[in-house]
Structure formats: structure tokens, C-alpha cells
Design a protein around this ligand. Structure first.
Ligand SMILES: [Zn+2]
Ligand SMILES: [Zn+2]
Length: 296
């Protein structure tokens, strides 16, 4: 199971209800933070989450509303004795920004901060991978995808009827037929394929032709929606998406669910307006609020 906690859902200016952008994704020992707007570490506390479990941070871009929480978070990790390597990934320029950020205060952390500027597939385990795609936002900016791979599972009911156990099960999981006690067992008869999941993060970009192929078939498309449907021209001018574009991206990419975030303060009295406009184009839309939790 993949658990997502929306730590912040505002755009450039926070409101009483919405903190700056940040999402924590927990999966199988990995705690991956996507962006770290100002105040993110307090949002961890409010959500009852422990920042010391962090393994990786993905930075979409270096506008303040996505990164100004980094120094405070690093300071807290250092006080808390965080001593694992912390991997920070971002677009071109991230190494320079990180160097400058660590010069703005006396960081005394013992953890090794590993900074990587990424594009394409950049981290992979046998179970999942992370991918980055440059977007168009006036400064270097990445969209990200987390992909849990399809995997072969053993059908426990069918396995009960055999005497197979131990290491030989590993072979079945690799899709290989096995011989045991003079009898041949076909992997296809004892296993089934469990489909993986894809979660895509598209924050801060103007509409561009790279988005739809990159987020194709997402189970969850988490997408900025800074402007309402009447403001497509303004969205283009400020290199953001409006809600019609976000919903059309979900529809055309054949994504299963759309989560709208990066919500402007101008809709703070009526955020449902954005959701209603999205639903006219893409039914499976939800609007993220701070501290919402979603499980995939
Ligand atoms: Zn932003
Ligand atoms: Zn931005």
C-alpha cells in the first residue's frame, strides 16, 4: 500500500487553511517527500508523522513556495540525530541552490546530503522506480512519477494443494516453472500478476505536450490547478495550469483519478468552484486539503 499525506496544498501564498506545497509518500520503508514549502516540518507534527523517517526529497523547482521549508526541516533532522544519507533530487541548478541554502545557517547535521540533478528514470529498486520529466515554468522544473512495478504473486489457495515450499517459491515468483518430487509445476498455474501503480506529480508548469505521455495511465495524477476555468490566459501568462487543462490532462492521459492541489488564495472562500469545474471534464476528481490522506 502506498500512503500519501498532503502536508500543504496552497499556491505561492499560504492561507489559514492551506500551507505551502508538500506531499509525503510512504511505501515499504521509503518516506519520500515531494517538495518542502515553508512550514512543512510543522505539518509533519500536525499529521503525527516523524520527519526522521525521511529517505528522499524530490524538489520540483526552486520557487520559494516549494523549497523554503528545507532549511528548517534539515535543522530539525540534525537536532534529532538523523544520521542516514538524505537524498535530495531536483532539476538542473539544484546543486547550486543546495550549496547556497546550506550557507544561510550553521548547519551541524551529521547526515550526508546527497544532491542529484535528475531527468528520466533516476532511482530504481526491484519493486519500484522514480522518473523525472522537465516541464515549462520559466525556471528548471520537474514533474515526477512513482511507478510500482507489476509483480507475480503466488496463489496461496492453489499452492496449498502442492507440497511446494521454501526457496522453490522464489523461482515461481520469477515466473519460472519448477520440478519438485519428480513432478513439474507450471508457474502460470500457481501464480497471478498483480498490477503495479503509478502516481504522478505535476506541480507548476504551463501546459506542454510532454505532460500527457509522461503521466499516461496514472492511478493517481496529482496536479496543480492554480487558476479556474475562466483564467486560461492568465494561467499561460504565469506559466501555470488552470483547472480545465488539469482535468483534460487526466482525461487524455487515461488516468484513473485526479487530485487537484496548489490552490490559489483567491478561491479560499469557495474552493469547490475548482472541483466542480474539474468534474465537468473529468469525473474522478478530488480537491486536496491540508492533512488529507490517500491510500493507493
Ligand atoms: Zn508553486
Ligand atoms: Zn513555481
Amino acid at each position: 500500500m502506498i500512503k500519501l499525506t498532503f502536508l500543504g496544498t496552497s499556491d505561492a501564498v499560504p492561507t489559514a487553511e492551506r500551507n505551502h506545497t508538500s506531499i509525503l509518500m510512504e511505501y515499504n520503508g521509503e518516506n519520500i517527500l515531494v517538495d518542502c514549502g515553508e512550514g512543512t516540518q510543522r505539518q509533519f507534527r500536525k499529521a503525527g508523522l516523524n520527519p526522521c523517517k525521511l529517505t528522499r526529497i524530490l524538489i520540483t523547482h526552486w520557487h520559494g513556495d516549494h523549497v523554503l521549508g528545507l532549511s528548517g526541516l534539515l535543522q530539525t533532522l540534525s537536532f534529532s540525530g538523523y544520521n542516514k544519507p538524505l537524498f535530495i533530487y531536483g532539476p538542473k541548478g539544484t546543486k547550486e541552490f543546495m550549496k547556497a541554502l546550506l550557507r544561510t545557517f550553521a548547519f551541524q547535521g551529521k547526515c550526508k546530503i546527497e544532491v542529484e540533478e535528475v531527468e528520466g528514470k533516476f532511482f530504481e529498486t526491484p519493486d519500484f522506480y522514480l522518473e523525472a520529466k522537465p516541464m515549462t515554468h520559466g525556471i528548471p522544473c520537474n514533474a515526477y512519477a512513482f511507478v510500482r512495478k507489476d509483480r507475480i504473486r503466488i496463489d496461496k489457495q492453489k499452492l496449498k494443494k502442492t507440497k511446494l515450499e521454501g526457496e522453490i517459491l522464489g523461482k515461481l515468483k520469477e515466473g519460472k516453472d519448477v520440478v519438485y518430487g519428480g513432478k513439474k509445476y507450471l508457474a502460470k498455474n500457481l501464480t497471478y500478476e498483480e498490477k503495479g501503480n503509478k502516481i504522478s506529480f505535476v506541480f507548476d508548469t504551463s501546459f506542454n505536450p510532454k505532460i500527457i505521455p509522461f503521466v499516461k495511465d496514472s492511478d493517481l495524477l496529482i496536479c496543480e490547478s492554480t487558476f479556474d476555468s475562466e483564467s486560461e490566459k492568465r494561467a499561460m501568462e504565469y506559466k501555470h495550469l488552470n483547472v480545465n487543462q488539469s482535468a483534460n490532462i487526466a482525461k487524455k492521459s487515461k488516468s484513473k483519478n485526479l487530485v487537484l492541489t496548489h490552490i490559489s488564495q483567491r478561491y479560499s472562500k469557495n474552493p469547490k468552484k475548482i472541483l466542480e469545474q474539474a468534474k465537468k471534464i473529468f469525473k474522478n476528481s478530488v480537491l486536496a486539503n491540508d492533512l488529507d490522506v490517500l491510500e493507493v
